[in-house]
Design a protein around this ligand. Sequence first.
Ligand SMILES: Nc1nc2c(ncn2[C@@H]2O[C@H](COP(=O)(O)OP(=O)(O)OP(=O)(O)O)[C@@H](O)[C@H]2O)c(=O)[nH]1
Ligand SMILES: [Mg+2]
Length: 373
Amino acid sequence: MQSGAPQRCGQCGAAPELQPLHAPRATHRRARESTRVKAESGASVLRKIGRVFKEKAQVDFDRIFKGTTKMREKLGVVDELLTYWTLEGTEDTLEALEESLIMADFGPKVSLQVCDDIREKILAGKIQSGDDILVELKSAIVDTLIQKGGSTELKLGDDKPSVLLIVGVNGGGKTTTIGKLSHRFSQEGAKVMLGCGDTFRAAAFEQLKKWCDRSGAQMGPFEEGSRPSKILYKTVEQAMKAGDIDIVICDTSGRLHTNYGLMEELKKCRRVLGNKMPNAPNEVLLVLDGTTGLNMLNQAREFHEFVGLTGLVLTKLDGTARGGAVVSVVNEIGVPVKFVGVGETLQDLQAFDPVTFVDALFPAKEMAGITVP
Ligand SMILES: Nc1nc2c(ncn2[C@@H]2O[C@H](COP(=O)(O)OP(=O)(O)OP(=O)(O)O)[C@@H](O)[C@H]2O)c(=O)[nH]1
Ligand SMILES: [Mg+2]
């Protein structure tokens, strides 16, 4: 953490972004009382978390900047390309730009779309310089993420416990993401329970339990030999009985999107959660390994068809130059990215904000006229 970074309030523990809520003459006693009232109202905790994460995503530029180093290196050529743009050389520049975007795995469709957008603006006389092209390039990518994906805010609903189902192929980073999420929720004052729907790997329970201990969550019931759907059902049941659990996060085993039987099993997990609680799961998040590039497109299509995704988590962004592929996924299936993983520690999960992400990829140029809903 940077030395000058804002800290939690030493007396009442309020997160930095909540400290302005300390009215000028408010005492910390009053702040503590208000925290207690909030803790009693599950709905307000859940609503606050979605909002706070969204706000954080817009301010925590450093982490996302560091996590996108490899992508930025790959895209460095764009800057050079645009510096030497001339009106006569437009077609050559756009061709090279399209190629650079494809190399960073934005995918042929998105890359072409973006370049067509730029060409249109050049022909309309709205672009006068390489800087203008960069602004248009960034706007086009942000627009795709916002218009196609919709709101990136986590929707936890009003009734506790809120239930999150985490799905994805093997080794993508599901369990690690659950640990990081659990940590973030706990930091915001929520009580978390983890459900071990991974009955495939022998060590899955122990791995989840470790994250549970690190993040201060509770572990749901687990029985060797039980079906994942039964374990997750019982986890939500136990959380409901306990009464004070705000959020249940359900882990599942990794599976190939082409394995029909395992995808049906996942569908069942989703269904039984809904049987136990009317709005469950509140979020179904697909974890996508950033290093797989455009391979994530087919995964996303299939998982969306089987279980109806509400959000994407892009992991391992710190180790790849191929994260651009997620723009193709959003463009194709119309589901927003909600988080990005930028490392292996508890802190390495960022709520996703399209403008921050695109600014990190193409830094030091102002984005004009873009508002995030
Ligand atoms: N660098 C980096 N590594 C990550 C990130 N997220 C997860 N990992 C690593 O990816 C590996 C697999 O992570 P898991 O969380 O076990 O993946 P999983 O999807 O639960 O795997 P299965 O349960 O086997 O399907 C681990 O070594 C993690 O440390 C990330 O954002 N950055
Ligand atoms: Mg796992």
